[in-house]
Design a protein around this ligand. Structure first.
Ligand SMILES: Cc1cc2nc3c(=O)[nH]c(=O)nc-3n(C[C@H](O)[C@H](O)[C@H](O)COP(=O)(O)O)c2cc1C
Length: 207
């Protein structure tokens, strides 16, 4: 069995939807064991956002998803990350979590794992690509092997209308927050998860 972890942070539910689609698509293959996990919220962020109905509702919707642990990272052969944009970069929640993984870095415990990144922004040019590409930096420090979302597998990338999707990884445009991932966004999320699991299976043979 190839073990796939789909881990995400989501304030308003967009990355949660994408992560669920990714996990569900990979789980269709009986050769893959899939875990869906969320990155823990920061108390400062909870305090800042808990007056917003959209935040409260989205947190309730994901209340049953277990929090990601360092053991989950170690367990996985492949990891898909759901990383929404904060000022064109990863949220503090993800950075804080990664900064607790120094021990895994020191052990080389994440080396050779396949990985892919999904993102979301409010606006089309608000930083999906920059978030995915800058989030890759710590993953490369961990020795992970990056898997993108090529045009050949994702015909949606050639559609010139406002929706997510990049060759670096799937994404979605949240608009004012009320816009949820499109069918195409969710399909691209699923394809990335399958691709990461497939690459992870191959790496297991040779690494
Ligand atoms: C502090 C903060 C910074 C943000 N920065 C950006 C940004 O640079 N560009 C953008 O388009 N959206 C930005 N957003 C909007 C988020 O990216 C958007 O709410 C998120 O992608 C939705 O995903 P989620 O529902 O999974 O949290 C920001 C939101 C917050 C709270």
């Amino acid at each position: 069995m190839t073990k796939l972890l789909v881990t995400y942070y989501s304030s308003y539910g967009h990355m949660y939807q994408m992560a669920k689609a990714a996990a569900d698509a990979a789980a269709e293959n009986d050769d893959y064991e899939v875990k869906l996990r969320k990155i823990p919220e920061l108390e400062s962020a909870r305090k800042a956002m808990s007056a917003q109905d959209a935040y409260v509702q989205a947190q309730e919707a994901q209340a049953d998803v277990e929090e990601t642990t360092l053991d989950d990272l170690k367990w996985a052969d492949g990891i898909v990350w759901g990383i929404p944009t904060r000022f064109g970069n990863m949220p503090a929640q993800i950075k804080q979590f990664l900064d607790t993984a120094g021990g895994l870095w020191a052990e080389g415990a994440l080396e050779g794992k396949a990985t892919g990144i999904m993102s979301s922004t409010n606006t089309l040019h608000g930083g999906q690509e920059s978030t995915i590409l800058t989030s890759l930096i710590p993953l490369l420090h961990f020795g992970m092997i990056f898997v993108g979302s090529p045009y050949s597998e994702n015909p949606e990338l050639n559609k010139y209308k406002t929706q997510g999707g990049t060759p670096y990884g799937p994404s979605t445009v949240a608009g004012d927050g009320s816009k949820m991932p499109t069918d195409g966004d969710l399909k691209m999320a699923g394809r990335l998860a399958k691709r990461v699991a497939k690459v992870a299976s191959g790496i297991k043979e040779v690494y």
